[in-house]
Design a protein around this ligand. Sequence first.
Ligand code: NAD
Ligand code: NAG
Ligand code: NAG
Ligand code: NAG
Length: 384
Amino acid sequence: MIPANRRGTQPRAGMEYFDARRKPHNIGKVIVALLFIALCIFVLKQSPGFGGNSVFSRHEPGVTHVLVTGGAGYIGSHASLRLLKDNYRVTIVDNLSRGNKGAVKVLQELFPEPGRLQFIYADLGDQKSVNKIFSENAFDAVMHFAAVAYVGESTMEPLRYYHNITSNTLLILEAMASHGVKTLIYSSTCATYGEPEKMPIIETTPQLPINPYGKAKKMAEDIILDFSKRTDMAVMILRYFNVIGSDPEGRLGEAPRPELREHGRISGACFDAALGVISGLKVKGIDYPTADGTCIRDYIDVTDLVDAHVKALNKAEPSRVGIYNVGTGRGRSVKEFVDACKQATGVDIKIEYLSRRPGDYAEVFSDPTKINSELNWTAQHTPI
Ligand SMILES: NC(=O)c1ccc[n+]([C@@H]2O[C@H](COP(=O)([O-])OP(=O)(O)OC[C@H]3O[C@@H](n4cnc5c(N)ncnc54)[C@H](O)[C@@H]3O)[C@@H](O)[C@H]2O)c1
Ligand SMILES: *[C@@H]1O[C@H](CO)[C@@H](O)[C@H](O)[C@H]1NC(C)=O
Ligand SMILES: *[C@@H]1O[C@H](CO)[C@@H](O)[C@H](O)[C@H]1NC(C)=O
Ligand SMILES: *[C@@H]1O[C@H](CO)[C@@H](O)[C@H](O)[C@H]1NC(C)=O
């Protein structure tokens, strides 16, 4: 604290005298500071990773630069790893609302060479940022993973889903159109089919989604399809079934925020239960018309899934839309999954059997014939 008598009591004249003496000195300091700032800007501009001047801003023959939205998330990080391994140039855009900075760090440590990977922290719902990113970078293709992706949450917070799925996809498309980026690989889901009467699900099975998540994805698909009719854009829409697994070398994984874990994806819950993070597993519904009474789903390993993305990217053609189910074609019951989980972890996990969860259907599995024959893709990691 400055004593009161030193604060406001100095004579005015004294102060002016004081100021006059200091001024020339200050100007000198300001000039030095300005020179320093100019030097900093110059150094920054020269360094790799700075917008306008970096390799990321130039198309390079033989190098495919892929924008991976949601690349800090579960699937996007695995896709980035695979793309980098295959010598693609990768830009990840993520606002870390759900993803993990740790995953990006792992990728940066694996691929430290300049011009391989850059991470941009931005919100895809912000049109200005999105436009800036597209004008400062020369993308050849976009893999659009960023989204919110929990069925249960979507029924409780529908606007969050329409906003962050449908509206953000529209913004990405607009930016692609105005910056001449002509290849899009889109993350869709079997939730767009709703509750089909006939199994397995083929790509022409009617899409009648029953929750805001599925509807928001279906709307995004429709926007992409309508737009693609008017342009020469190359589009691949991949409808994933239930994604499980992680990098076989253990460098990446699935690590949702604690508050999202209650929305439960079976793979995460299995490991959480084995580690004691949660007290056990809750199997919801044992009276379904299936062999053991529990639901049947088609579990696709994330390594296979990202392989489908790379194949889709390689087969993408201007003015063509490819829509593919990505699944194994084989259904597994929840009980089978739980048994596999116990076996894999060696932990005798406590299982609670509860009544059905609203909105679940007995049996969902894909027919992957189309992707097998057109993209020469098959799931390799089929045993759960
Ligand atoms: N996991 C599954 O079983 C499954 C099944 C079918 C489809 N999908 C789809 O796959 C995609 C990826 O899913 P995931 O399981 O990896 O989810 P995830 O939550 O792990 O990853 C999504 C990422 O997007 C980011 N993101 C979200 N909104 C953003 C925004 N506005 N701006 C910037 N970044 C934003 C998040 O921070 C997160 O890193 C999603 O489109 C999802 O709908 C997933
Ligand atoms: C991430 O993006 C969403 C919009 O999708 C926004 O509401 C949220 O505040 C952002 N979070 C951060 C940490 O920037
Ligand atoms: C999604 O959109 C809502 C607005 O509807 C926003 O509040 C939220 O933070 C957004 N982002 C995420 C990751 O949910
Ligand atoms: C399909 O993929 C397999 C490997 O998975 C490869 O051996 C085969 O040559 C491919 N076929 C075509 C037509 O590309």
